[in-house]
Design a protein around this ligand. Sequence first.
Ligand SMILES: O=P(O)(O)OC[C@H]1O[C@H](OP(=O)(O)OP(=O)(O)O)[C@H](O)[C@@H]1O
Ligand SMILES: O=c1cc[nH]c(=O)[nH]1
Ligand SMILES: [Mg+2]
Length: 212
Amino acid sequence: MDVHVADHPLIAHKLTYLRDKRTDSPTFRRLAEELVTLLAYEATREVRVEPIEIETPVAATTGIKLANPKPIIVPILRAGLGMLDGMVKLLPSAEVGFLGMVRDEDTLEVTTYANRLPDDLTGRQVFIVDPMLATGNTLVMAVDYLAGKGARDITVVCLLAAPEGIAHLESELASTDIPVKVVVGTVDERLDEKGYIVPGLGDAGDRLYGVV
Ligand SMILES: O=P(O)(O)OC[C@H]1O[C@H](OP(=O)(O)OP(=O)(O)O)[C@H](O)[C@@H]1O
Ligand SMILES: O=c1cc[nH]c(=O)[nH]1
Ligand SMILES: [Mg+2]
């Protein structure tokens, strides 16, 4: 598994305000969108392209454009929705599929409660967006689900990760043929006894959309 940790002062600056418990929901949403735009720069480094002949006002030249089939972006509901607009801004022609997943606060086990995805993801580039990689249970299940539909080119974009979650995802993938790239804003210290990232930012879904 290829893990890319952003090392950029602007990302660190925005993450600091995102973490701050005094940051309100509108600001949190704006920062999450800005952060994913910065992370998408790295996440899309290997987006598939093809040549296209164009003419500038001066000369004919060969450029590149996104190849078909277009990539598919998959936000993990709820919190992943907070990263969708930022990702779509950079890849406006991408399709969007949805996976609704929630972890049990006590057992930390994950349930899938919604999905809306193409039946066949063979040959598709998939970008999963979810702000938090904590125990990794959610992403292990999401990657397994997408791989079951044929996806073999999966990039995960997260804002924060715990070392335990990265190790878990990596060990689950080790015995498979699913190459996954993880692009993350930063890797925090650890998980606490409730499975929250420390220092983290609390519950990303609640901070984006309120406690439901
Ligand atoms: O790595 P894990 O331990 O599985 O935790 C990470 C998951 O927890 C959060 O979602 P949550 O289950 O809180 O759902 P929500 O987005 O609806 O709040 C987050 O957005 C991830 O999907
Ligand atoms: O710290 C955490 C861990 C999982 N999910 C969150 O929203 N926050
Ligand atoms: Mg939540």
